[in-house]
Design a protein around this ligand. Structure first.
Ligand SMILES: *Cc1c(COP(=O)(O)O)cnc(C)c1O
Length: 379
């Protein structure tokens, strides 16, 4: 089955009590034992497992593996936020292990590695992941994990997932890919050679800007998946049943939303690239983008995120954002409404992001309304 069909049906099991087609929300934290002490439906306590969470995890496996999900034998482990999911992966490593991460990783990932996990004894090297020579040069005898994020934030740099996976595997390290921006509709890292995938379901997967969540997906046989599952259950950073229900509802329309986000972003990138007030446009769909060839190979479409530089400094960029009427000034991405952000302000004084750069999450509005809005703001 194609991804549209999987998204429409995955995790739907008709409720045997009522025949409800859309699953009910199971708020109960506890489940009754049989007289013999067993749990007849497999659920005992909601921190350990819950029917809404199980349905969401099944759907995520199906989407990430595509039609072959049963053969692929994937497991998904969902969390209360993307950061909780990322945290579980690093908590599953041992003190003294070495991690290679991109210099332009999601800001929260970099902060977590630098400020929390180095104190816990993880050794971390930040490298330019778009350059495979740098990745290879960073490997040490104790390298256990290479973290990939592509397209990257906020310069939309492209990492060759197959290339980095191969290099990581040569030294017995795992390759984990933050697939939040591309989603399984546009990019399937596990099929390209990565060992695990991470998602902030807060973004496109839920897609409506109204729930926080995260997920780790990988082969059931992989020992680290079982450790991540244990951290989920004992650490307790679990999503609520209602959060799971909302993300699953969002996933139903993911393939159609990703197509619309990507088509509009491409049109806006072309418009900005030809605009006299724009100094640079970063979008992997543009042939001028340094990662275009790799993106064309590993992505079905180029996604709904782009960034652009207006020249001058922070004041010029903030001025453009201030003049926008349709686009909302807010952080985050993957919502129906377009969101724009001055990343350098968010990242603070240590940022390496250009001061004149704005990051745009292209929403589901009519593209002409967005083009007209950007045109008047840049005039
Ligand atoms: C938002 C985001 C995260 C963090 O997820 P939260 O749900 O906000 O905790 C991680 N990686 C990427 C690429 C993101 O965009």
């Amino acid at each position: 089955m194609r991804i549209e069909t999987l998204a429409a049906h995955a995790g739907l099991a008709n409720d045997t009590a009522t025949g409800a087609v859309v699953p009910p929300i199971h708020l109960s934290t506890t489940f009754e034992r049989s007289a013999d002490g067993s749990f007849p439906h497999g659920y005992s306590y909601t921190r350990s497992d819950n029917p809404n969470r199980a349905a969401l995890e099944q759907c995520l496996c199906e989407l990430e593996a595509g039609a072959s999900w049963r053969e692929a034998g994937l497991s998904a482990v969902t969390f209360a936020s993307g950061m909780a999911a990322i945290m579980s992966v690093f908590q599953a490593l041992n003190p003294g292990d070495h991690v290679v991460a991109p210099t332009d990783a999601y800001y929260g990932t970099s902060v977590l590695l630098r400020d929390t996990f180095t104190r816990w004894g993880l050794q971390v090297s930040f490298v330019d992941m778009a350059d495979l020579t740098c990745v290879r040069a960073a490997l040490l005898p104790n390298t256990r994990l290479v973290w990939v994020e592509t397209p990257s934030n906020p310069l939309l740099k492209i990492t060759d997932i197959a290339g980095v996976s191969r290099i990581a595997h040569e030294v017995g390290a795992l390759c984990v890919c933050d697939n939040t921006w591309a989603t399984p509709v546009l990019q399937r890292p596990i099929a390209l050679g990565a060992d695990m995938v991470m998602h902030s379901t807060t973004k496109y997967l839920n897609g409506h800007g109204d729930v926080l969540g995260g997920a780790i997906i990988g082969p059931t046989q992989l020992p680290i998946i079982e450790r991540v599952r244990q951290l989920q259950r004992t650490g307790g950073a679990v999503p609520s049943p209602f959060d799971c229900w909302l993300v699953l509802r969002g996933l139903r329309t993911l393939p159609y939303r990703m197509r619309a986000h990507s088509d509009s972003a491409f049109a806006i990138a072309r418009f900005l690239a030809g605009h006299p007030s724009v100094r640079a446009t970063h979008y992997p769909g543009l042939e001028s983008h340094p990662g275009h060839a790799i993106a064309a190979r590993q992505m079905a479409l180029f996604g709904g995120m782009l960034s652009f530089q207006v020249g001058g400094g922070a004041q010029q960029a903030l001025g453009v954002a201030a003049r926008l009427r349709v686009v909302t000034r807010a952080t985050s991405l993957g919502s129906p409404e377009s969101l724009i952000e001055h990343r350098a302000s968010v990242e603070g004084p240590t940022t390496t992001t250009p001061q004149d750069l704005l990051r745009l999450s292209v929403g589901l509005e009519h593209v002409d309304d967005l083009l007209e809005d950007l045109d008047q703001a840049l005039a």
